[in-house]
Design a protein around this ligand. Sequence first.
Ligand code: A2P
Length: 270
Amino acid sequence: MNVVMKGEELMEALPANVFAEKVTEVQHYTDRLFRFRITRPASFRFRSGEFVMIGLMVDGKPIYRAYSIASPSWDEEIEFFSIKVPGGPLTQHLQKIEIGDVILMKKKPTGTLVNDALIPGKRLYMFSTGTGIAPFASIIRDPETYEKFEDVILTHTCREVSELKYGQDLVAQIKDDPLIGEMAEGKLRLFNSVTRDDFPIKGRITDLIENGKLFEELGVPPLDPAVDRGMICGSMEMIRDTKILLEERGLTEGANNRPAEFVVERAFVG
Ligand code: A2P
């Protein structure tokens, strides 16, 4: 049986580039998805949309994976949204965490899914599947997003209806939030589709871009590099296929040191 190290024993084994933080909240959505929050070290700074390596000590060795930070940079805690992979080196243990347990977090966040990597535009599309919604959970709670864009569209596609709940709850909370709610009013829209359950809008986001259903439903013109900006996060295949569609429509990929019309990230963990 694997032993997950906790408490004092763990603190002594920690290298200087790692924080040890306590779990403050855990919420399970389905047998594949859960969300958790940890304490935030006072010195930890990040830009909304970035990821960080988080891990657990298992059998005396740390196991880390890259996780997008799902909370906004102003939040007092750090939130993550995770998949549970049966037998996954990290997630088979991570899915069992409880309040008070210790999570390891490397000190240096990084990532390309940040506002700085996009040139100014009118409409921001955040295309996500599965846990790929995590970085966007941060970005849609960041006031800068609403300062930079008139129209903020989060698309979230999952296999099953129950997997949409995290994003739906989040958008509902934002609308009720005294600060962000006002900024997001009339700007933030959530577009959901499902691929393996009955749902009003069925299909992969790639198909809905290609057949125009996405734009029809939103009541907006098709993608236009002059005004539209994009961020993509999902499985490797989803990122690849969505990126091709954006490029075919004239958008170019940007980076931190070379902002352009869209950026991509990967959010898969094992
Ligand atoms: P599908 O059910 O047709 O595979 P996953 O949990 O496997 O990451 O999938 C999350 C969602 O992403 C599912 O709705 C899945 O659709 C969809 N998906 C998987 N591969 C792609 C792809 N290459 N392009 C667009 N969507 C995809």
